[in-house]
Design a protein around this ligand. Structure first.
Ligand code: PLP
Length: 433
């Protein structure tokens, strides 16, 4: 299908809506495969590992596709790692990078998984102290995530590298951490940073230099360096995606220079989530109502899915492409086709939650920003593009007791297959006593 909706494929969304109801997420397998191949082709000096950051979307069918393409897994919690393993992915392909400090049964599970080959990325002094003896006894090499002190992200809440966020072992703790590790006889065979989500390529490049400096100064045993995720994807027509070729060539050159200086050949890792998954997903909703708030207000379009299925606009004012598709499957309006955008109508899209922030048309400050589109009829489909990453995975789907919605895969063979059922009301209440 490709990452855009156009006249030829718009009918697919009516088909999905008829077969599975709305709202529904539709994922395009062909685009996902293409994105995997794209990242795996990143230029590199002495080898490349691509870890898919499964927090972006953890559906098991999608994980399996990504796995089959040859990507490894970045898990952000023990449960994510378990989930990847439950999907059939070998523990050896998973690295856990987490803020958690597992205890009790979780700790036992962590140990079992590490003995099975899962990699552990130490993210704090406390985590290091807690895992040291186990790693030493079992001769397990570790990875360390370093807090670089500089970060970049599409918004303040997506910057994970500056001193307003606390991911990784802070540079100020590094010497203490390494002295402790030396005392215990531990090995770090990988070094990792992640500066944020969707930031500027320039800062991503600068991080490469900084991180290679850390590797040279502090990590004599490391054979792998991870530059993290955060590769910018273009969801909207005016956005520019990270240039994988250009970033890879830069990294390749710097890793080669590192080799010339030190005689050490480093394997490079990256761990994109957004870049792999964002444009594979579409959220299909139905227009259920329209209201106007008068001359000084707006024309509101009410779709039957909003913040509980795509909370990104409310969280940080993210923009997604909008499409209007008629009930008969005709594409009426697309952000990618100026000729379909009305010069007259500016609409605000809201959902059905009892929350004034339940809108898909917000800026970073939470203000409503009307968007140009052809005014739909009630019953038409309102489709939100760029919703493969951090939508299904991150949205508060039971808010207002809405049930988690189904997920459908458009297979490479153009079949629509249900890959997650709609949640039932009984499932929402089943743990309540
Ligand atoms: C440690 C780590 N790696 C990778 C990613 C993926 O980032 P993105 O989806 O921007 O590629 C994240 C996202 O927050 C992260 O925290």
């Amino acid at each position: 299908m490709g990452k855009l909706i156009h006249a030829k494929n718009a009918g697919l969304f009516t088909r999905a809506a008829k077969e599975f109801g709305t709202p529904v997420y539709v994922y395009d397998e062909a685009t996902l495969i293409e994105k995997c191949r794209d990242v795996l082709a990143m230029p590199n000096a002495f080898g490349l590992h691509v870890r898919y950051a499964m927090k972006a979307n953890s559906n098991r069918t999608l994980l399996r596709i990504v796995d089959r393409q040859g990507l490894l897994i970045d898990a952000s919690s023990l449960n994510e790692a378990r989930r990847a393993h439950l999907a059939g992915i070998s523990l050896k392909k998973i690295m856990l990078t987490t803020q958690e400090v597992p205890e009790g049964e979780d700790r036992a599970e962590l140990e079992r998984m590490m003995l099975g080959g899962m990699k552990y990325n130490v993210c704090s002094l406390r985590q290091l102290r807690e895992i040291a003896e186990f790693a030493k006894e079992n001769d397990i090499g570790l990875s360390m995530r370093i807090h670089p002190g500089v970060g970049a992200g599409e918004s303040a809440t997506r910057n994970t590298g500056d001193d307003y966020s606390c991911f990784g072992v802070h540079r100020n703790d590094l010497e203490e951490a390494l002295a402790f590790a030396r005392g215990m006889g531990l090995r770090f065979n990988a070094v990792h940073t992640h500066i944020g989500s969707g930031g500027k390529p320039k800062i991503w490049r600068e991080n490469i230099d900084r991180e290679l400096g850390f590797v040279k100064q502090y990590f004599p045993d490391a054979d792998t360096v991870s530059f993290g995720g955060g590769l910018k994807e273009a969801r909207m027509p005016d956005e520019i995606a990270a240039d994988i070729e250009e970033l890879g060539l830069y990294a390749k050159q710097r890793v080669e220079e590192f080799f010339e200086e030190t005689g050490r050949k480093l394997v490079m890792e990256i761990e994109p989530g957004t870049y792999v998954m964002a444009n594979c997903g579409f959220l299909v909703t139905k227009v259920v109502d329209k209201k106007s708030t008068g001359e000084n207000g707006f024309l509101f379009l009410i779709a039957n899915g909003g913040m509980e299925v795509n909370t990104r606009p409310l969280l940080y004012g993210s923009r997604h492409p909008f499409y209007v598709v008629s009930q008969e499957g005709k594409l009426l309006s697309s952000d990618f086709d100026e000729s379909t955008l009305s010069n007259r109508d500016e609409l605000v899209v809201v959902g059905i939650c009892c929350e004034s922030g339940d809108s898909q048309s917000l800026d970073e400050a939470g203000q409503i920003v009307p968007r140009r589109m052809r005014e739909p009829e009630i019953g038409d489909l309102f489709v939100i593009g760029g919703t493969g990453a951090y939508c299904s995975a991150m949205s508060p789907f039971n808010y207002n007791s809405h049930t988690q919605i189904p997920e459908v895969l458009l297979t490479a063979g153009q079949e629509l297959k249900l890959i997650r059922r709609r949640q039932t009301l009984e499932q929402i209440v089943e743990n309540e006593i």
